[in-house]
Design a protein around this ligand. Structure first.
Ligand SMILES: NC(=O)c1ccc[n+]([C@@H]2O[C@H](COP(=O)([O-])OP(=O)(O)OC[C@H]3O[C@@H](n4cnc5c(N)ncnc54)[C@H](OP(=O)(O)O)[C@@H]3O)[C@@H](O)[C@H]2O)c1
Length: 454
């Protein structure tokens, strides 16, 4: 299927994402510079002092308070997105300016008598500076936020699809987690739109019996027009994307386009240690995407699974040769079954009570790799050893012998080092969301015993 042309976006600039700290910085800098310039031009010393203190300070504080209130932790209040944006701005301006006027009036009354107020400062300015700064900051931040989360009235979080359910779009439907989710959703009878760059190819596990509830569509995150078409009429999005050098850019763009299309909730697959200074480069990328999602104001849930049990199937050739290599020593590793990730994502996408927050998804136990080798030996009936390498040796082996691209070999090595630094003990997140324990490693290995046989 040919790539869809970018029609919807032609001639219309995408709104700049709403990142609170940047908005607050702007709310400080803009009045400080304009009022400061006016003070210099007119030679008013008290205006120059006020420009960088009460005027810009009030503006920044109000922008922070109103911006955080509007975002509401990624789950905006319905009326703030449904009413016309001018009405929301006016309502908030009246409240913010009223509160600031009261504060300014009290300060102007009591500060002149205060011994710490330096000579030359005119506290009576506060009666005007505070409400005016608060009103301007509130108007600007409200309009900025609304332009970032979407134009006009936003659809409710759970608008009915064809069969009374919300339409859920699954990106990465041919991948490990997206495919598991697809089957969880189909089992629940929820209408699903599965996205892939190759819709002519069969999607694993999908049969004609699934067709009534399933749409398969072409979409490539590198082709914005295809995403706009794919997100039309959707209320929720599952976002999983293969690791790679362009992952952050592709995911960020998909999130922006989803917000623009009125998608009310995004479930993003992230990774453990998604932190700005994470030792794992891919996790730093996930952190950047998570931050972008949080800043946008769209409802969202972040799932941070540990390594997938399904990854172990790639060890089959090594298991057949009797040697598993790694650089984790005896560090406990926690594998989670992709089917549990799919079930959790399906619960989040179909049930309003489970949506929101960040969840670290694990299996029920952490197992060291020497122990994994012992269990595989018992399972297969032949001896399998775990051989521990230095991180550089492992990386070298992955590049030279396993022919991995360098970035992927780095990723595997970094992940293993992370497991050494931060042992992967189970969290209760899967059980809390699903009301049942996560699938066990031994059950997974038994289920796939034939794959590990010589
Ligand atoms: N593997 C692990 O143990 C592990 C652990 C924790 C977190 N994670 C995270 O999980 C994520 C990967 O999830 P996964 O394993 O489910 O994915 P995956 O099996 O690697 O599948 C990747 C999916 O991404 C889609 N994709 C790739 N490029 C695309 C593009 N340009 N536009 C649209 N779709 C694209 C592919 O769809 P098509 O080819 O059909 O288009 C495919 O379905 C990664 O971000 C990784 O960091 C992985």
């Amino acid at each position: 299927m040919p790539a869809t042309k970018d029609r919807a976006g032609r001639g219309r600039a995408m709104p700049r994402p709403f990142t609170l700290w940047r908005e607050v910085l702007t709310a400080y800098a803009a009045p400080a510079l304009t009022a400061g310039a006016a003070a210099v031009a007119t030679g008013q010393r008290d205006l120059a002092v006020a420009a960088v203190t009460s005027i810009a300070g009030t503006s920044a504080v109000v922008a922070f308070l109103v911006g955080a209130w509007l975002r509401n932790g990624g789950r905006p209040r319905r009326w703030t997105t449904d009413l016309p944006r001018a009405a929301v701005a006016v309502a908030l301006v009246v409240v913010a300016a009223g509160a600031a006027a009261l504060l300014g009036w009290c300060a102007a009354r009591w500060l002149p008598a205060h011994p710490l107020v330096p000579a030359g400062v005119r506290p009576e300015r506060l009666r005007i500076d505070l409400p005016v700064s608060a009103a301007l900051a509130t108007a600007v931040i409200t309009l900025r936020w609304r332009s970032a989360v979407g134009h006009g009235a936003r659809p409710p979080l759970n608008p009915p699809g064809k069969r009374g359910h919300p339409m859920i779009v699954v990106m990465g439907a041919t991948g490990a987690t997206g495919n598991a989710l697809l089957h969880s959703l189909l089992a629940l009878g929820a209408p699903v739109r599965a996205l892939t760059r190759t819709p002519h190819r069969p999607i694993p596990g999908v049969t004609d019996a699934h067709r009534p509830a399933l749409e398969v569509r072409y979409a490539d995150a590198a082709d914005p027009g295809s995403l706009r078409t794919a997100f039309e009429g959707a209320s929720r999005l599952f976002l999983a994307m293969a690791n790679g050098p362009a992952q952050v850019e592709l995911e960020t763009r998909a999130i922006d386009i989803a917000a623009e299309a009125g998608v009310g909730h995004v479930v993003k697959i992230s990774a453990p240690a998604a932190e700005p200074d994470s030792p794992v480069a891919v996790s730093r990328g996930h952190h950047a995407v998570e931050e972008h999602l949080r800043g946008l104001g769209t409802g969202h849930t972040v799932l941070r699974p540990y390594a997938f049990m399904q990854n172990l199937l790639r060890l089959a050739p090594a298991v057949a040769e009797g040697v598993i290599l790694g650089a984790m020593g005896g560090a406990p590793c926690n594998y989670v079954d992709c089917r549990d990730i799919g079930d959790v994502a399906a619960a989040v996408l179909t049930g309003p009570d489970t949506a929101g927050g960040t969840h670290v998804l694990t299996g029920p136990e952490a197992v060291s790799h020497p122990e994994l080798a012992r269990r595989l030996s018992l399972l297969t009936g032949h001896r399998i050893r775990y051989v521990d390498l230095a991180p550089d040796e492992l990386r070298d082996h992955l590049v030279r012998r396993a022919q991995m691209p360098a970035w992927l070999a780095d990723h595997v090595t970094e992940i293993q080092q992370l497991a050494v630094a931060r042992p992967e003990y189970p969290t209760g997140d899967v059980a809390r969301i699903l009301g049942r324990p996560p699938r066990a490693l031994d059950a997974f290995l038994r289920e796939h015993r034939d794959r590990f046989r010589r």
